[in-house]
Design a protein around this ligand. Structure first.
Ligand code: BG6
Length: 482
């Protein structure tokens, strides 16, 4: 690697997490259950989220490790049911205290907090008593959450993220639990999506009103889609896939309105979401400050005229089928593997140029500053005989990805932060702690997490992986020491 590309002087380097995947302590400090807790208990043989990485008890130790690594930012999410545990809307002082502790610890260590308001963990009370994402009552409850967060943390938190990967929550509704309670998901998901858009809009508007100097953006899960061949039909299929998996969301965030493409799609599929004139006014008012990009991989699409065609990915190394692949949309596109890239243990494309592509694409379309809030390498890792974790493949992955971020910056994209997933190992969305992403190893396994009576029985020791040391050198040199 050459010294170039250059990163801006005030570039923020850190890492990322989400409350339910890292905190644990699910029944402590006044937190009530979230729907994802229930969803995660079903994903046997992997651990549920009751202990996760035990960050709830060890956040000070974790922040100390971040500081030692040289972090200037840390992106994490707030647990809604820790802050507002019941439908009476009362604020839980213990929840506020926990997040105040974390935020203060970060600031003390010169680490800028980047805070996601919602990352997949809908409180059970919102589902049971309000009707969850299917109900407009949830918009008020979400707005109340936003106000509580801005009021309590807005003096120190200036970077806010609204909803994590709304596009994934809709495209993978079954996987991520968004579809719970729905009987006709293909139709209902567009109402849910609209409600989420209104929640996002409320968050943006309230943030600007309440947080002095506050900036806020959405967090799309961005996956570039390449055409399989230069057959024009494949190109159109790739554009269709792009529209239906991401552009619908990104256009709405930026322009505050639904695109003609999606309106036409609804019309031809006889879908009629409940969209009211006042909703559209609200969406228009919500002007975002940046786009927060989660980018891990790429996809490849081809023209498929066969309605029943379904993508076959087979089993991965662990005998798991259908790893988070986008579903095909008959008549619009089908997806396939890409012979030009390698794949992770979990069959995700290893495609560094997808990062440059994504940043270029989003910059060209929207001209908004971007921060990377997720990017990473999920792998099956264990300690070596020397007790250390030599994660050479992760170093290679991150190096290649960061290099492409640098190239995108040289291309003219405005990128302000890089926060890969994740700081410590944590629970993956569906594969427990076995699918490890961390720069720091958590000394436990799914078996231990499932079988222990209490976290006190477990080591949960933090072991810096080789990638931690490598990343530390890189970020302390602001991207010069590869
Ligand atoms: C992102 C999510 O899409 O991908 C995270 O925001 C998630 O919550 C990450 O953990 C990696 O996906 P997975 O399925 O490997 O955990």
């Amino acid at each position: 690697y050459k010294e170039d590309p250059k990163f801006p002087e005030n570039f923020m380097w850190g890492a990322s997490s989400a409350a339910w995947q890292v905190e644990g302590g699910v029944a402590e400090g006044g937190r009530t259950p979230a729907m994802i807790d229930i969803n995660s208990t079903k994903k046997k043989p992997y651990a549920d989220n009751s202990i996760a990485a035990d960050h709830f008890h060890r956040y000070k130790e974790d922040v100390a490790l971040m500081a030692e690594c040289g972090f200037s930012s840390y992106r994490f999410s707030l647990s809604w049911s820790r802050i507002i545990p019941h439908s009476d809307g009362k604020v839980n002082p213990e929840g506020i205290k926990f997040y105040n502790g974390l935020i203060d610890e970060l600031i003390k260590n010169n680490i800028t907090p980047i805070v996601t308001i919602y990352h997949y963990d809908l409180p059970v009370w919102v589902y049971e008593e309000l009707g969850g994402w299917r109900s407009r009552k949830t918009i008020d409850a979400f707005e109340h959450l936003c106000k509580v967060c801005f009021e309590n943390f807005g003096d120190r938190v200036k970077y806010w993220l609204s909803l994590n990967e709304q596009n994934m929550q809709i495209c993978y509704g079954h996987w991520l639990g968004t579809s719970v309670g729905c009987t006709d998901w293909e139709r209902e998901k567009w109402d849910i999506n609209h409600i989420m858009n209104l929640c996002h809009a409320k968050a943006v508007i309230r943030c600007h009103e309440m947080v002095e100097g506050g900036k806020i953006g959405p967090v799309p899960g961005y996956v570039p889609i390449y055409p399989k061949t230069c057959n024009p039909g494949d190109q159109i299929a790739a554009m269709n896939a792009e529209e239906l998996t991401q552009k619908i969301w990104n256009d709405t965030y930026v322009y505050g309105e639904y695109s003609n493409f999606v309106k036409k799609y609804w019309e031809t599929h006889d879908i009629h979401p409940d969209i009211r004139p006042e909703d559209l006014e609200l969406m228009k008012k919500a002007k975002i400050d940046f786009i927060s990009v989660n980018c891990y991989r790429s996809n490849t699409a081809y023209e498929s005229k066969i309605d029943s065609e379904r993508q076959e990915y087979g089993l991965n190394k662990f005998g798991i089928k259908g790893q988070m692949q986008w579903p095909n949309v008959p008549g619009e596109y089908a997806l396939c593997t890409n012979p030009y890239v390698e794949y992770t243990d979990w069959d995700w494309e290893i495609d560094p140029q997808a990062m440059r592509y994504s940043l270029r694409y989003l910059w060209n379309h929207y001209r908004l500053p971007m921060m990377i809030t997720e990017n990473g390498f999920g792998a099956n890792e264990t300690k070596d005989a020397d007790g250390q974790v030599h994660d050479t493949a992760r170093i290679e992955f991150l190096r290649d990805q960061i290099y492409q971020v640098g190239l995108a910056i040289e291309d003219g994209c405005e990128v302000i932060a890089y926060n890969p997933w994740s700081f410590t190992d944590l629970l993956s969305t569906g594969n427990g702690i076995k699918k490890r992403y961390g720069l720091v190893y958590i000394d436990t396994t799914d078996d231990e997490l499932v079988n222990c009576k209490d976290v006190s029985e477990l080591s949960m020791k933090r072991i810096k992986k080789d990638s931690y040391y490598w990343y530390s050198k890189l970020i302390k040199s602001n991207g010069k020491d590869w």
